[in-house]
Design a protein around this ligand. Structure first.
Ligand SMILES: [Cu+2]
Length: 121
């Protein structure tokens, strides 16, 4: 019985160490299946950096959790895309960019900021 308790204790310690020291939230994402989920909350897009390859169709699935009007729109200035984001309902934006480069996406006030990086690997 005490061995079991020790094992549970060890597992707990391992979990705590992993959570506090080893776990780092991903700040950037790479499109693999062609779709990238982006959460809109607390003034940040997460991930705020999305890498795609040129000419590769990609779907950005924005999930807006922030009900404030600040988060209402997402705008890709260079790509002429501007879409309204409903609260709590995913909004998919499909795009395909030919030219490598960094394309910013922001809310209408430019407080939320993210970038779409189009690059060859
Ligand atoms: Cu805003």
């Amino acid at each position: 019985m005490s061995i079991l308790v020790n094992l549970i204790g060890l597992a707990l310690i391992a979990a705590i160490v992993w959570w506090f020291w080893l776990y780092q939230p991903k700040a950037s994402a790479q499109s693999k299946s062609g779709a990238v989920a982006i959460t809109v909350d607390d003034g940040v897009y997460s991930p705020s950096r999305v890498s795609v390859k040129p000419n590769e169709p990609v779907v950005l699935r924005f999930l807006r959790k922030d009900p404030s009007p600040c988060a209402a729109m997402v705008i890709f200035d260079d790509l002429d895309i501007s879409e309204e984001l409903p609260v709590g309902k995913p909004k998919e934006i499909s795009l395909k960019v030919d030219k490598p480069g960094t394309y910013a996406f922001t809310c209408q006030m430019k407080m939320y900021r993210g970038e779409l990086v189009v690059e060859n690997e």
